[in-house]
Design a protein around this ligand. Structure first.
Ligand code: TXA
Ligand code: MG
Length: 308
């Protein structure tokens, strides 16, 4: 795999790979994505195979302009359009009724499709240049930690891909918020880069409760977003425990995390990747505050700390 700086010629080369059914690594503001043509069943099959991802776990389709929405979704309810206009380009994914041309392999067999317009300029230029809707899950093996820097990419992924565009460290650092817009109301399926409070403010109403257990909610696995090491949430770190702390670090293997939830999100995966590289067996994470603006961080830490 070639890691290329995001110059126009390199973006054009990556777009050509996409048009020819190949895969590339695409930077986004949330995490790096493993990108392929969403309308090409063979490209989509490669994405699932390389990640080792169960085929019923649907992919997000990335667009660069609102006009692409019409050809991918058969119905865009007014509340969904309002969110798109307010938060796109940005870390929000809308689940909508799918249009016929979206292959069911992309949507894991569902009749809905997840769509996002990413805010990273390189992603937007790449999608525009390819002139295709782009399916892109986070570019990590199934259940693993998402890459927020090019150095985080796993060889299992890179050896299967021709080009990675280096877009620098991801600004948001956690995945997009996934919202279901298909049932006459908005429901958060995965907390992420856009907070619940901002979505509620945009809609002018509180959000519906999360789906009941047993409700079909693909991709909501108990363990997910996990480092190689065992992750343990604790009230505070012991002097020799490697991990993430909100207080002063006591050893070189303790990483001081920001007390601001956005800054914490932006550095979370990088910090976990760094400790994984040190091959520590257990990563101790000081429990962050439980206020609503920490929802996405708490979701990822809880899933990462769940045993298989
Ligand atoms: O920030 C992001 O969303 C990143 C970047 C690359 O855009 N992508 C990402 O993709 O996190 P992935 O595949 O790792 O996670 C997609 C999530 C999964 O939880 C999946 O189940 C959910 O979106 N999803 C996709 N299509 C869906 C659908 N039709 N209905 C419900 N959930 C869906
Ligand atoms: Mg993922």
């Amino acid at each position: 795999m070639k890691i290329l700086p995001p110059r126009v010629a390199n973006i054009a080369a990556a777009a050509k790979v996409l048009q020819e059914g190949g895969l590339v690594i695409m930077p986004t503001e949330t995490v790096y994505g493993l990108a392929g043509n969403a309308l090409d069943e063979r490209a989509v099959a490669k994405i699932f195979a390389i990640k080792g991802r169960p085929t019923e776990n649907p992919l997000i389709v990335h667009i660069h302009e609102l006009g692409m929405l019409e050809s991918l979704a058969s119905d865009v309810p007014p509340h969904a359009l309002r969110l798109a206009e307010r938060f796109w380009p940005g870390p929000l994914t809308l689940v909508l009724q799918k249009a016929e041309k979206v292959p069911s392999s992309v949507t894991g067999g569902l009749d809905t499709v997840a769509i996002r317009m990413p805010a990273h300029p390189v992603a937007l230029s790449l999608i525009k240049r390819a002139n295709l809707p782009i399916a892109a899950p986070s570019a990590n093996p199934f259940m693993g930690l998402s890459p927020t820097r090019i150095e985080h990419l796993d060889p299992k992924i890179t050896r299967e891909v021709e080009i990675a565009l280096d877009g620098g460290p991801a600004r948001v650092g956690v995945e997009s918020t996934v919202v279901d817009c298909t049932e006459g109301m908005i429901r958060i399926l995965r907390p992420g880069g856009v907070s619940r409070a901002l979505i509620e403010a945009a809609l002018g109403a509180p959000l519906a409760a999360p789906p009941q257990q047993g409700h079909r909610s693909p991709g909501m696995y108990a363990r997910h977003y996990a480092p190689r090491a065992v992750l343990k949430l604790v009230d505070g770190l012991g002097p020799n425990q490697p991990g993430l702390t909100l207080d002063a670090p006591q050893t070189a293997r303790q990483i001081k995390m920001p007390r601001d939830p956005k800054a914490y999100s932006a550095s979370l995966y990088d910090a976990l990747h760094r400790l994984d590289r040190l091959r520590v067996k257990t990563i101790y994470v000081q429990q962050p505050p439980s206020e609503p603006e920490w929802e996405a961080v708490l979701d990822r830490l809880t899933k990462a700390s769940t045993a298989l």
